[in-house]
Ligand binder design. Sequence first.
Ligand code: NAD
Length: 316
Amino acid sequence: MSEPATMRCLVTGAAGFIGSHLCEHLLALGHDVKGVDTFIPYYPRPMKERNLATALEHPSFRFHECDLRRDPLDPLVESTDVIFHLAAMPGLTKSWSDLDGYWTCNVLATQRLLEASRGAKLRRFVLGSTSSVYGGFASGDENLPTKPISPYGITKLAGEQMARAYAVAFGIPAVTLRFFSVYGPRQRPDMGYFKFIEALKTGQPITVFGDGKQIRGNTYVDDCVAATIRASRAEPGAIFNVGGGEAVSVWDVLAKLESISGRKFKVHQEPARAGDQQQTLADTTRIRRELGWEPTTSLHEGLTRQWHWQSSLILN
Ligand code: NAD
């Protein structure tokens, strides 16, 4: 199936890490983009405003500050071809102490957006989900059992199920993407690589949880965005893993960052946290076969770009 020359896109979570990159890539491809975000203070609003700055300069971009949990959504969804729903409360750790926030942003907000989509003639509803729906063991293809072990994973899986139910009941053309640890410029400050780089900048020690042998198949943000855009022409109902091709341990990442920065880490180890995954490595055979997507950014290149972005970042 081919993409229409110009898609009218709605991107939720547009001021976030992945959403802001997605908006810029869609605009560069010539699409019209409405961005939505409510600047949840999970991390500082000025960081999110900076994320949005480039898209805001583009004539085909409109931004709506709106909360998907309570604001009217019909006017936003109207005249839209593709919804890219990335708005969420992310991260495992905080989900244990803010179930209301995770439940309302990841489930209720998703349900309200799906409900508003019933009246629209959508080509696709692309849902950004996560490897956390798999739980402690997340290495394999999309048929792995979904046994989340954190409220975050549970609420994201509930969002997926909501999209599936709306697809069956009302024909919403939903496609689900399960992202595996995304990194690159604008990465969220609660994420591991961001913290590692801050520690290198300031000389503070870092904490490695568990034995440091946890395996990750990290995804560079441009590769994640390319997969997300391709999903706008996937078969409705499809679920795809989206993950980078290199399997690395925490120690591998630290060694690469030391070589890129020319600095040394001070490492402090602590036991693994509740809900941490020992191994997340995507089998991406399906998305490669059906959408012709493959990651193109090496870990070394991606970390170098994140290092350069973060080196000049002043946190506020
Ligand atoms: P992010 O926090 O940077 O972006 C999410 C944005 O959604 C935020 O700017 C937030 O303000 C907005 N938002 C949340 N609730 C909202 C609401 N009710 N109304 C309007 N806006 C709202 O997070 P991210 O890392 O860019 O993640 C984007 C998506 O990708 C999320 O759905 C997340 O679950 C998923 N994901 C991310 C990763 C990763 O490694 N970053 C991995 C797996 C899945």
